[in-house]
Design a protein around this ligand. Sequence first.
Ligand code: FAD
Length: 334
Amino acid sequence: MDFQDYKDIWVFIEEKDGVIAPVSLELLGAGRKLADKRASNLAGVLIGENVKNLASTIFEYGADIVYVYDQPIFKHYRTESFMKALLDCSNKYKPEIILYGATSTGKDLASAVATDLPTGLTADTTELDVEEETGLLLASRPAFGGNIMATILCKKYRPQMATVRAKVMKALTPVRGRMGKVIEENIALAEEDIRTKVLEIVKETTKKVRIDEADIIVAGGKGLGSAEGFQIIHRLAETLGGVVGASRDVVEAGWVPHAHQVGQAGVTVTPKIYFAIGISGAIQHIVGMKNSGLIIAINKDSEAPIFESCHYGIVGDAFEIVPILIEEFKNALT
Ligand code: FAD
């Protein structure tokens, strides 16, 4: 394998109903830095039906090139069809690096592509860098139960691939009118060639909590003692117009559903304000919230590790402090 043949940084652009997934814009921000370091191009790979018009947004967020596969067969995401398009593009233009969002679509597609290309895939990355000289991707993620950060390298094969968690990279401020090169591609793919058929799209009717989109998260831990004790977290969140977050132990105890779990096995969040109340601060929790704008911890143990990861720490009993905060915020906000 001649590494000289492989160039440019690619981002798989995830799109649904004409809207680009935020994680893809974040990856364009991260990819731009890698491409600048390598003095190479940043490209977006856009696959779908009636998606060509999204290329301008992709340029505005930092790409130099957009490869577009705009065909009716790509109306809905299906592993086989999208994989064939991405393989076609990769085999033709040979990227050095391909990044995907670690969403259900991104993970599915990246792992399918990795089974065909002679290369590996680093899953669930939270930090990215590249060696300027060699182009070696340094993809880091928590490993061994989150106790260490492992940097994973793919030294012998190209392209190098990684899925990246949402909300850990930063999208660039879009530059209105920024232009690039659109390369339209097409593959001969008949509906009969695809084993999966989309029969119906059933929209979720229950409102799902999206803690990854919240500006204020009030998260509670096992220190609240019981589901009843945890109610003060709901009350503080309500007072502040925020949403409830939780540690894994709280979710496992059944006090709140899994959608509220912050951390390695839950959601990565970056709200403006994050309250960690009765949470010890295990590394698996910290990796999911450490990039929050302002972290306020309340814990009765002054030695709790959470105090090493917060901006403001209050040592004391949550059942004494939180009701005071609720009252104070109520007065201040009315
Ligand atoms: P504890 O560690 O029991 O801490 C409770 C805290 O409350 C203590 O610090 C205590 O001093 C304090 N406290 C007690 N009473 C009060 C009071 N009245 N007022 C104020 N403070 C009080 N964890 C996650 O959170 N998210 C994950 O995604 C996650 N993924 C994991 C993945 C793996 C592979 C593994 C091995 C573990 C994972 N964990 C995760 C679990 C993690 O290691 C911790 O066990 C968990 O975060 C601890 O939850 P906690 O802080 O609520 O509970």
